[in-house]
Design a protein around this ligand. Structure first.
Ligand SMILES: Nc1nc2c(c(=O)[nH]1)N[C@@H](CN(C=O)c1ccc(C(=O)N[C@@H](CCC(=O)O)C(=O)O)cc1)CN2
Length: 285
């Protein structure tokens, strides 16, 4: 039988013996562990672990062995194939810098995702998706019109189901998602906010920052939750600025920071490197 690369991620109440039990269950099936990281949070008592391994054993055999450990240690666990790109939808509005970056990295084979479609509430970025040969779906949303927003979100969920999307990336998508949609996409919707959160939440953060006279701007990639821009932070990056930069120049300077930050967050999520620890993340980079 051929060897397949896999990734096991888990979290559980911390106690002695977890690593020994988990690695023992894998080695008992001749798995070769290629990467192993773990962290015990002293504040929450949560233990997180990520194990990458090669195994010829069947998925069923691996799961059977791991179920025994899961029962003993009350694991919340996930076993993934490491050689299958994650089916993904990318959502955008009118700003194309993050979408462009993701599509280029995807085309270059540098992102372990399978971008099934670009979904937008505007048509401005349809040519960009077409250039990369990615289906573009226009889902208009009239701001302030509840029926329009509900219909748009229903269409998005249809697209998630149609494409088997396991990840939704908000690449400067400028509509607030409803609480219900956030629940449906919990832990699998990533947004890029164009500020170094928790500073400057909400709309026009660069203009807020310019008015405050900041000397650093930044970007934050986070999971989407019902609390706007409050979701668990996955990755952040900053850039120095000074008094000479206008608000428009901050917007321009921030674009590359946003794109790099989002790309790292998407890659780490797709590689199963991000685990949730309450409203924080543990990132096994
Ligand atoms: N439920 C959530 N939805 C969204 C989040 C989130 O964290 N939770 N992140 C935002 C992105 N975002 C800032 O990064 C943001 C987007 C949109 C708005 C906003 O006020 N939008 C208006 C419409 C604006 C327009 O039509 O141009 C609105 O939805 O009424 C604020 C912040 C993505 N969604």
């Amino acid at each position: 039988m051929s060897t397949r690369p896999r990734v096991l991620t888990l979290s559980c109440p911390d106690r002695p013996g977890i690593v020994h039990a988990v690695t023992g269950a894998l080695v008992a099936l001749d798995a070769n562990i290629t990467e192993s990281q773990q962290y015990g949070d002293p504040d929450t008592g949560l233990f997180c672990m990520r194990v990458a391994f090669d195994a010829t054993a069947s998925e069923e055999a691996l799961r059977a062995n791991l179920e025994v450990v899961a029962h003993r240690f009350d694991l919340d666990w996930k076993l993934s194939a490491a050689d299958e790109p994650v089916p993904t939808l990318v959502m955008c509005s009118k700003q194309g810098h993050c979408l462009n970056d993701l599509l280029f990295r995807h085309r270059s084979g540098h992102l372990p995702v399978d971008i099934r479609a670009v979904v937008s509430n505007h048509t401005d970025l349809q040519p960009l998706a077409q250039f990369y040969g990615i289906p573009f779906v226009h889902v208009p949303v009239v701001t302030g019109d509840a029926a329009s927003k509900a219909a748009g979100e229903a269409r998005l969920l249809e697209l998630v189901a149609e494409h088997g999307a396991e990840l939704v990336v908000l690449a400067r998508y400028m509509q607030v998602l409803s609480d219900d949609l956030c629940r449906s996409l919990s832990g699998r919707a990533i947004n890029i906010h164009h500020s170094f959160l928790p500073s400057f939440k909400g709309a026009r953060p660069y203009h807020q920052a310019h008015a405050r006279g900041v000397k650093i701007i930044g970007a934050t990639a986070h999971y989407v939750t019902a609390d706007l821009d409050e979701g668990p932070i996955i990755e952040q990056e900053i850039e120095r600025v000074d008094h000479r930069a206008t608000a428009s120049e901050l917007v321009r300077l921030g674009q590359d920071v946003e794109a790099r930050t989002l790309a790292r967050a998407v890659r780490w999520h797709a590689e199963q490197r991000v685990l949730l620890d309450g409203n924080r993340t543990v990132v096994f980079r």
